[in-house]
Design a protein around this ligand. Structure first.
Ligand code: ZN
Length: 439
């Protein structure tokens, strides 16, 4: 098997770790990812072709890792020596990375932003290898240096969500010190279809913020003796409990009466509960007397109308199809953590929730950090060759944003979207959010 290939049980070889197996005398340690549940587990080179997933296919337990190995708890020092040592051993599709795109602005050009950070998030369960792979957290970043756009010179690959968040905080610190206006974007929905806040029994004028709170720090269910799960969205070993969090949220929607599954759905068989199952509950999903949750948000519908295929935010996991529900459950707490970080909270705003729809999103002051949701499908025809797809997508999104901004076309993207009535504007502004660039 070679990295990127799957065995007959859908277990993908991520990397051949340059370490001996502890269970087979002559075997080496290999790191696999389950294409069904996205869990990462270690096996050995002798039985990799036969391995089933230990988490969703009743496979044997993962291969034990030697002490002090940068497998589960990443340590930067151990990681970098391993990287150097292993370079020659692993075949990569391309070692020569293409130069980042050249983008320029006119001398006196007044752009909305001074720096752009784009993140492709990942809900993978378990730490990834040292060599870059798809479906990991990927970041691209660039900032104006006079008339030219400077790019972050390293590959934006991260083995864990925690390492990615820490990197973003460090980069934001740097930009803020330089008094820059930063646009920071992740590629998942920042809201759910209208009605979800009420269905969850949450209060407040602006449901987006109470939904972000409930996902990030789930609260006790009334009358239930069991404590709520803690959202492990960015643990050191990159394990997460998104299915548990999903089941809790569904339970909250369906408190009292007969247990009913939904609206979140999609998980391995053994993670099913009376409230959270593999199958879709069907949409619209009835809530309360006369109410229902739609399949898509207004902004998703806008992309659908244009022939795109945005993903449904209720769908947490399903076979080999790309899904986004798990990214939302692990990603909203990450954006919230960055948004509310003590160093940045006073200069940070989430668009459009906190800024409103406005052609001057960064008008509040300098420096500032504006958070916005993106969907990289809008640049799928502009991807550079020779990069891992996620990497190409975040780079293309940075290029898209900087180019629009250089041409003074960017502000309008943040204004009230064309063709929305007042009711829709209000829904998007307070609960559903909007995808930057969806029109
Ligand atoms: Zn699995």
């Amino acid at each position: 098997m070679r990295p990127g290939e799957c065995n007959k049980h859908g277990q993908e070889l991520l990397e051949k770790v340059d370490l001996p197996s502890r269970s087979h005398p002559y075997a080496r340690l290999w790191r696999m990812r389950c294409t069904t549940c996205d869990s990462v587990h270690e096996c050995n080179s002798c039985d990799a072709h036969l391995r089933r997933c230990p988490f969703c296919q009743h496979g044997q337990p993962p291969e034990p890792l030697p002490e002090g190995i940068p497998g589960l708890v990443p340590g930067t020092q151990a990681q970098s020596t391993t990287r150097v040592r292993r370079r020659a051993a692993v075949q990569r599709p391309s070692t020569e990375l293409p130069e980042p795109p050249v983008v320029r602005r006119g001398d006196s050009q007044a752009t909305c932003f001074d720096a752009y950070i784009m993140v492709d998030w990942s809900a993978t369960n378990g730490a990834l290898g040292t060599d870059p792979v798809p479906n990991a957290p990927w970041v691209a970043e660039a900032w104006w240096n006079g008339c030219q756009l400077d790019w972050w010179p390293q590959r934006g690959y991260f083995r864990t969500r925690r390492l990615c968040i820490n990197h973003l905080l460090e980069r934001l610190r740097n930009h803020v010190k330089e008094k820059r206006r930063v646009l920071s974007c992740f590629d998942f929905a920042y809201g759910y279809p209208t009605g979800y806040g009420r269905a969850l029994g949450l209060g407040g004028q602006a449901f987006w913020t109470s939904i972000w709170g409930e996902i990030s720090v789930p609260t006790a269910l009334q009358g239930m003796p069991v404590p709520p799960p803690q959202n492990e969205y960015a643990s050191a070993n990159n394990r997460n409990n998104r299915f548990e969090v999903a089941s809790h949220l569904n339970h909250r929607v369906n408190l009292g009466g007969q247990p009913r599954a939904g609206p979140l759905y999609g998980c391995p068989a053994q993670n099913q509960t009376p409230f959270f199952t593999q199958a879709s509950p069907g949409f619209p999903y009835a809530i309360g007397p006369g109410g229902a949750l739609g399949h898509f948000r207004v902004t998703d519908q806008r992309l659908l109308d244009r022939g795109h295929h945005p993903l449904c935010c209720w769908w947490v996991l399903g076979g080999r199809a790309p899904v986004v529900g798990g990214q939302i459950l692990t990603g909203i707490p990450a954006v919230k953590e960055i948004r509310n970080h003590p160093e940045f909270s006073k200069i940070s705003k989430v668009w459009p929730f906190e800024t409103g729809f406005t052609p001057s999103p960064s008008a509040g002051g300098t420096p500032c950090i504006i958070h916005a949701e993106i969907w990289p499908g809008i640049v799928n025809d502009q991807l550079q060759d020779g990069l891992i797809r996620d990497e190409a997508q975040v780079r293309a999104m940075v290029k898209w944003a900087a180019s629009q901004d250089a041409e003074s076309n960017f502000g309008v993207r943040f204004a009230v979207p064309e063709g929305l009535d007042d009711g829709q504007v209000s829904r998007c502004r307070h609960e559903e959010g909007w995808i930057l660039g969806s029109g």
